[in-house]
Design a protein around this ligand. Sequence first.
Ligand code: ASP
Length: 452
Amino acid sequence: MNKIVSKFGGSSVANARQIEKVRQIVISDPARRLVVVSAPGKDETDLEKVTDHLFNIATDGGHFRLKGKTLTAAQSFESVMAKFASLVKDLGIDGADILRDLEADLNSPIEGQKRIDFFASRGEHYSAKVIQRYFRATGIDARLKLPEEIGFVVSERFGDAKVLPATYANLEQSLDDDGVAIIPGYYGLTLKGDIAVLSRGGSDLTGGEVAYAVKADLYENWTDTNGVYQVDPRQIADAAVIPELTYKEIRLLSSKGFNVFHFDAMVSCKKRQIPINVRNTNNPSAPGTMIVSAREPHETAVGIARMDGLAFIYIEKDMIGETIGFTKDLLDIFKDYNISTHHYPSDRDDIAVIVDQLDLRGKTDGLLDDIRRSLNPDVLEVNYDLSLLSPVGIGMKDTPGVLARAAGALYQESINIEIVDQGPSQMCIHFGIHECNAAKGLETLYRTLLKK
Ligand code: ASP
């Protein structure tokens, strides 16, 4: 029988109504035998997610203080307890022991970074316990598979733990039984026996790793949107859901408005060519977006990414193009400052390096001094407030005229292109324009390249 791993995000398990939707989805296909769950997210009654409250308890109010909010650890404790109490009550399950254990965990004396990870993991841990009990109460043979019991082992990088290779064989073995496995996402166990969490949004990663380990036929990522949209639907209201995308296309689209799931979650699935289906728990009849290794393009561009808040460092010097190692020496300086570089279009006598504006904070003077000192440029300047609009699609490869149409449309709107860079795969063109033109530019490119 086919094996589907279904991961349900925080909004899908935020309250009893949502959990009932999850149940309906799970029972509607017998192949859905591995269910990964997040901690309860926010519904209309919550101001914060359970995981944030848990961080706040562990840090004695520090987590929200850092965000400029005044929520004490005691208030967060109340909120978490109230959330789980209402889940138990509204689902009509007998969960007194679950609530007792949760309360004991939230009073744990554990100290230091281990404390933060242990607390942060409790949202997923108890979400899985509640859901498993509810499923059993409704007649599903649901089996709780806790990371600490199934050998989901992770590195000791607390707060950003990485899955260790031993996990795969362990999971393959421990998840190979009947029934529906309910697996809490987001955390694992270190080899020393401590609980460590993956990066934020890490339940997606758990789902991807489980899919890889059990050689699943499909990894479903259930969330609260109908799939991956052509452009951020908050910016272009009539943008459509993309039915099918390759892993490479979604990587290229990865930017504002496309963060429907954790991109690292794709890495393992890609290795085994396991398709990923992004679906909407609130609209299960919608087919969502399929992310696959290969597809036949039926269009030129499939989506447009938009990235704001960029800057480019412009360098002019005679003979750059002929100086062997110039680009390497330049990029090494960015590396020394731990600044990640997005693109570096270059020409005979000049080069621009595009970076995140925020990454320059506190480093600009030192960076420019070092560039001056080691490379002695004729011109060196920083240009701020750049946006990149990047049409993406495998259909763009070998199609003449895409760049001309896009640039022509921007010209018609009097939008100046400051930088243009075509990705070497020919599946993406990056237009760098001033941020003040970004909204209009996106609308223009959407109309020209995507709108039917
Ligand atoms: N609960 C964790 C978070 O809020 C992980 C997840 O939901 O995927 O980041």
